[in-house]
Design a protein around this ligand. Structure first.
Ligand code: FES
Ligand code: FES
Length: 134
């Protein structure tokens, strides 16, 4: 069996929504200390809906594929819907990841949460801090 699904390869070779949003509603930056990979996610939010999302990932192919898929999954969704997305949802959408690459998808989930948290902070929206990592 191939290590990576066609969907993973497609998102790795042709990642969607790569780049940066100038003047974003929220930005999240997360990293994995073990592998050193870094993921940055920018959100443009209007009326609680994610109008646009872009990412920059300095990391492995699985991290790029996971961020690409995650951006597609949250575009057009409400902030709450985006927060509900787990790394397992991202992995499922990718058709699976090898076990030792699952943490790459965790980075994608954390990047979304971190960007939403930044959006809440910037807009003065109160939130439950226990909802977010660190
Ligand atoms: Fe090589 Fe993540 S371990 S890029
Ligand atoms: Fe660390 Fe992929 S190897 S994010």
């Amino acid at each position: 069996m191939a290590l990576y699904t066609d969907t993973v390869m497609d998102h790795f070779m042709h990642p969607r929504n790569v780049g940066e949003i100038k003047d974003p509603s929220g930005v999240g930056e997360v990293g994995n200390a073990k592998c050193g990979d870094i993921m940055k996610m920018y959100l443009d939010i209007e009326n609680n809906v994610i109008k646009d999302v872009k990412f920059e990932t300095f990391g492995c192919g699985s991290a790029i594929a996971s961020s690409s898929m995650a951006t597609e999954m949250i575009k057009g969704k409400t902030v709450e819907e985006a927060l509900a997305i787990t790394n397992k949802d991202v992995v499922d959408a990718l058709g699976g990841l090898p076990a030792h690459k699952l943490h790459c998808s965790v980075l994608a989930e954390e990047a979304i949460k971190s960007a939403v948290k930044d959006y809440y902070d910037r807009s003065g929206i109160p939130y439950d801090h226990s909802q977010f990592p660190d």
